[in-house]
Design a protein around this ligand. Structure first.
Ligand SMILES: Cc1cc2nc3c(=O)[nH]c(=O)nc-3n(C[C@H](O)[C@H](O)[C@H](O)COP(=O)(O)O)c2cc1C
Length: 219
């Protein structure tokens, strides 16, 4: 049973709206209560990338999935909403995806909107702050801000899936990043299988038995 019961999910305007949607779906499936906040840029990107018009109904992001826990939407401008306070912030604040604009603001102590404020509260209260930046290439300024945030205690988990488990679809790539996000928070998930040693293991076994190493590799 996961110890995390409540999460703030901030969505900013980086590319990768699918990561936000899938993370929310996984959190709901895990029965985690979610306070959702999105920036105006995130709303634009959600529409550009997924054709989703997220107005006042956060359940649009669930795309038909039943919400297994409380899901509340707070306006990014509402600096007095519960995620602005250490008394109500829950266990984890995650920004998925996180624009480098928001990274820069948080790295310099800004709390000018609810997403930034929730991030600052997580840092000051010693709660987990998990940032999923998406930008390429990264400038020295970007790297400096990310480094400052890691120094301050945030987890920087770039939206960069690996390929060693041979993903076949975009959904598998997305699941890999989102599974890692949940893993890092100690929330049970089934979408990122643990690495089992891969082809190298079976190739070694074949070698021991005098077989052809090349043939052990699936195509
Ligand atoms: C279609 C689209 C894609 C974008 N992709 C990125 C991105 O990958 N990374 C990033 O840092 N900003 C990206 N931006 C720019 C941000 O949305 C912009 O910096 C915005 O001011 C961020 O505001 P926010 O941090 O309040 O969400 C993108 C914008 C648009 C419209």
């Amino acid at each position: 049973m996961s110890k995390v019961t409540k999460v703030v999910l901030g969505v900013s305007g980086a590319s990768g709206a699918c990561y936000a949607v899938r993370t929310l779906q996984l959190l709901m499936a895990a029965g985690i209560e979610v306070d959702l906040i999105y920036s105006s840029a995130a709303r634009r990107v959600l529409f550009e990338e997924m054709g989703l018009r997220l107005e006042d109904d956060p359940e649009i992001l669930l795309q038909g999935q039943v919400a297994e826990a409380k899901l509340r939407l707070w306006p990014n401008e509402d600096i007095g909403a519960p995620p602005a306070s250490g008394t109500a912030i829950g266990d984890v604040v995650m920004l998925v995806p996180c624009s480098l604009s928001t990274i820069g603001a948080i790295a310099h102590g800004s709390a000018a909107n609810l997403i930034e404020r929730a991030a600052q509260v997580a840092l000051k209260e010693g709660k987990q702050l998990l940032l999923v930046p998406r930008e390429s290439p990264l400038s020295k300024l970007h790297l400096d801000c990310l480094s400052r945030l890691a120094w301050a205690g945030a987890t920087v988990l770039p939206a960069s899936p690996g390929f060693y488990q041979r993903p076949q679809t975009i959904e598998e790539l997305v699941d890999q990043v989102c599974g890692k996000i949940l893993n890092r928070c100690g929330i049970d998930q089934q979408c990122l299988p643990a690495w089992d040693g891969g082809i190298g293991l079976s190739a070694q076994a074949a070698e021991k038995e005098g077989g052809d190493v090349g043939k052990a590799n699936p195509s």
